[in-house]
Design a protein around this ligand. Structure first.
Ligand code: UDP
Length: 468
């Protein structure tokens, strides 16, 4: 049925295409953004690779188009270089351009007398190939940044970091504060020179800058009250270039699960919730390192004993492949009896529901940005153990800027782990951290009210899309 009002009919006449990077931490925010645009009246088509394809049945309001062969088998297991390999494969095959061209043609034929024009393509910030394909067809692109505003700035600052001598890092400058980017220290930087192939690292860092520069707007999964300073700086930098930024986060709360907010690629173990129901309020430490981080066998053993020795009830996600080179990891001998029934180990949890559960009192996380936002939304304080990339800077912000967590640095060792858990969860030690996490929880709720900054940013984004 055609929408009645002017603005409504303009929305009803526009379609947006989105193309996520095919990994959990990138697919989720893109599908959440797609759902939010859909709920504002735009039609949305999700273009996706066959690898890690989302399940259309879980997102009935969205249309899905699989782009064939865009990711070769080898790419899936190819370290961070897989992003470059994916872009190369997409450019070589021409399939993205083909998919967009046919979408543009069918969009204009969609409704008799009132064509639904394809207004733009929203891409993951790393997918340069999709942007080039769109540009070749005269289709504008918007870029979704799935990390924090702080990391957005950081990734654009690498020339400065090299010019001022912070990078390449050395053993002696790791604790040097970066004056231009407080509260970061040199050790919080993703340093491409430490990778086996420096050039690949530098190229990956440059992708987001390139796509943003060539875009018609930057969408950030953060909110004003969380990163006011960083967002102000981004605005000052991008506005003269005619690239408006939109802080629309936390995206996972812009739409309800029943409206397509369930974006997990793996089946989630619902028995976690029953188990949590039987635990005391605020007592449980939830432990998960997201979908891609690995630990070594030794680290896994130290983690297990640190957790057991902490004496806290524990819900631990040991996903397949978490331990380097091991498909299905066994728990150390004696671990289960040491836990004395206080623990539950699972392969994949319904994380958002877990964090919302009153029994959960702390979250040991790798500080992937989605996990961090999910924890902030529920007011759960964090034990931060960032591993690579933007996680390092996020861990520093959790501990030093927002002061809603404890940063676990250095070699993973059971005694240090036990102490860090106690600093986070014990009644007296973690009281201030818990208080600040609750304050931030109030702020995030305000930004999601209808007059809140993130809802207004989505409205502005929709107006911007319609103006393209
Ligand atoms: N997640 C989940 N179940 C788990 C562990 C993680 O559903 O057992 C989800 C989590 O809610 C988050 C995503 O996986 O939305 C992980 O994204 P994040 O950016 O935190 O980390 P990444 O996996 O990209 O490193």
């Amino acid at each position: 049925m055609a929408a009645a009002g002017g603005a409504d009919s303009r929305r009803a006449a526009a379609r947006v295409a989105v193309f996520p990077l095919p990994f959990q931490g990138h697919i989720s925010p893109m599908l959440q953004l797609a759902g939010a645009l859909r709920s504002r009246g735009l039609a949305v088509t999700v273009l996706h690779t066959e690898f890690n394809a989302p399940d259309p049945a879980r997102h009935p309001g969205l249309d899905f188009v699989s782009v064939p062969d865009a990711i070769p088998e080898t790419v899936a297991a190819n370290g961070i270089a897989k992003i470059l390999a994916l872009n190369a494969a997409m450019e070589a095959s021409g399939h993205v351009r083909g998919a967009l061209a046919s979408l543009m043609a069918s969009a204009s034929a969609e409704r008799e007398g009132e064509p639904r024009r394809l207004a733009c393509l929203v891409i993951d910030s790393t997918l340069t190939a999709t942007q080039k394909a769109a540009a070749g067809l005269g289709l504008p692109t918007l870029v979704l940044h799935t990390g924090s505003a702080a990391c957005f700035r950081l990734f654009r600052s690498y020339d400065m970091l090299h010019d001022k001598g912070y990078l390449p890092s050395t053993e002696s400058n790791l604790d040097m504060p970066i004056e231009e980017l407080p509260p970061l220290l040199v050790r919080d930087l993703f340093d491409p020179s430490k990778l086996p192939n420096k050039e690949i690292g530098q190229k990956i860092l440059n992708l987001a800058t390139e796509t943003t520069t060539n875009s018609s707007g930057a969408i950030l999964n953060t909110f004003e009250d969380l990163e006011p300073h960083e967002l102000g700086m981004i605005r000052d930098e991008l506005a003269p270039k005619g690239i408006p930024p939109f802080a629309v986060g936390p995206l996972h709360k812009l739409i309800a699960s029943s409206d397509g907010g369930d974006t997990s690629l793996l089946d989630q173990d619902r028995s976690c919730i029953e188990w949590l129901d039987a635990q005391a309020p605020g007592s449980v430490l939830y432990v998960s390192f997201g979908s891609v981080v690995h630990v070594t066998q030794d680290e896994f053993t130290e983690i297990a004993w640190g957790l057991a020795n902490s004496g806290k009830p524990l819900l631990w996600v040991v996903r397949r492949g978490l331990v380097l080179g091991v498909e299905k990891q066994e728990l150390p001998d004696g671990f289960e009896s040491a836990m004395e029934g206080r623990g539950k180990v699972t392969e994949w949890a319904p994380q958002q529901e877990v964090l919302a559960h009153p029994a959960v009192g702390g979250f040991w996380t790798h500080n992937g940005w989605n996990s961090t936002l999910e924890s902030i939304y529920e007011g759960v304080p964090m034990l931060s153990r960032p591993v690579f990339g933007d996680q390092l800077a996020t861990g520093r912000y959790v501990a030093d800027t927002w002061k809603i967590g404890v940063l676990l640095e250095g070699v993973l060792e059971r005694g240090e782990i036990e102490k860090a858990i106690s600093r986070l969860m014990d009644e007296n030690a973690g009281v201030e951290i818990r208080g600040r996490a609750k304050e931030l929880k109030e702020k995030v709720r305000i930004c999601l009210e209808s007059s809140g900054s993130s809802q207004q940013a989505v409205d502005k984004l929709v107006d911007h899309i319609l103006s393209l």
